[in-house]
Design a protein around this ligand. Structure first.
Ligand SMILES: *[C@@H]1O[C@H](CO)[C@@H](O)[C@H](O)[C@H]1NC(C)=O
Length: 276
């Protein structure tokens, strides 16, 4: 088990597929609150302000956090299970997006798969009833495990067991114009095959790159290749109209003996690539 993700980053990236580079890059942080000795939310607010971070993703909708960030520039993505829970904090706290469920499809919570879209729809309906649906996007965050095929990226496809849930979710995103969130960790691909997967390719260092034989696009790092495979999978379902955002990425600073490459140095390299 990865013990610590030192740089768990929220990246709001738009990938320019033709030029294979990132556009409109905005970096934020994932504010995880399951740990000892956490600084108080008001200290975190000051800290983030001092390092110029203006985007934060929460794994909850904690009142002390949302209150501490009232009347600041910080934009929030909050995790909720009903539309009411964020209403008291708006508009003083800038909550621009809510996630309903984290990595429900294709993982240990797959038994909830059929409930995911109805939960998203009910949060959306609540926001509509409060007149907030234009200010707050409704989405869910997926893990890369939802892909059955990701290499090369142009062969990207959802796995057959999640496809029937993904299709109506994509229709929802398209209809309400909200983005598709993916948690993408090149680290896990490296861990699974540290011989074939070259470290510079996953750490954004100079490397020969990998050419996708289907599209002839050359990828200089695995993160972009992973995101493109999600775009291709979405396109294969008939949706060229849904934005993909990286809701989490990062590199562990520490791991077990079967977790090569999990070092503070490598975590720092990933962090500085992202501008943190
Ligand atoms: C909601 O998501 C859409 C699609 O990615 C984006 O264009 C829009 O700016 C987002 N709205 C807010 C309030 O962030």
């Amino acid at each position: 088990m990865v013990k610590m993700l030192l740089h768990s980053l929220l990246l709001l990236l738009l990938l320019d597929r033709k030029r294979n580079r990132v556009e409109g890059e905005q970096v934020g942080i994932n504010y995880g609150r399951i740990a000892d000795n956490l600084p108080s939310p008001s200290r975190v607010a000051k800290l983030l302000e001092s390092i110029g971070i203006t985007k934060v993703k929460l794994y909850d909708a904690d009142p002390t956090v949302l209150t501490a960030f009232a009347n600041t520039n910080v934009e929030f993505i909050a995790a909720i299970d009903n539309g009411k829970s964020i209403k008291p904090y708006l508009p003083a706290t800038r909550i621009t997006c809510v996630t309903v469920g984290n990595e429900i499809l294709g993982g240990s919570q797959a038994s909830l798969s059929a409930n995911l879209l109805p939960a998203m729809q009910s949060v959306y309906q609540a926001l509509v009833s409060f007149g907030l649906s234009d200010q707050v996007n409704v989405t869910t965050a997926h893990s890369l495990n939802i892909l059955g095929s990701s290499y090369p990226p142009s062969s990207g496809a959802f796995s057959s067991d999640v496809a029937r849930y993904i299709k109506p979710i994509l229709n929802f995103h398209s209809k309400v114009k909200s983005p598709f969130f993916i948690n993408a960790y090149p680290y896990f691909a490296y861990k699974a095959d540290p011989v074939t997967v070259k470290l510079p390719y996953v750490l954004f260092e100079k490397n020969a790159g990998v050419v996708d034989s289907g599209s002839n696009l050359k990828y200089n790092n695995m993160l972009y290749a992973q995101i493109d495979s999600v775009y291709y999978a979405i396109k294969a379902m008939g949706h060229g109209d849904v934005d993909v955002r990286i809701s989490e990425t990062g590199w562990p600073s520490k791991g077990d003996s079967d977790e090569p490459g999990a070092t503070p140095e490598n975590a720092g390299k990933t962090g500085s690539t992202m501008g943190i």
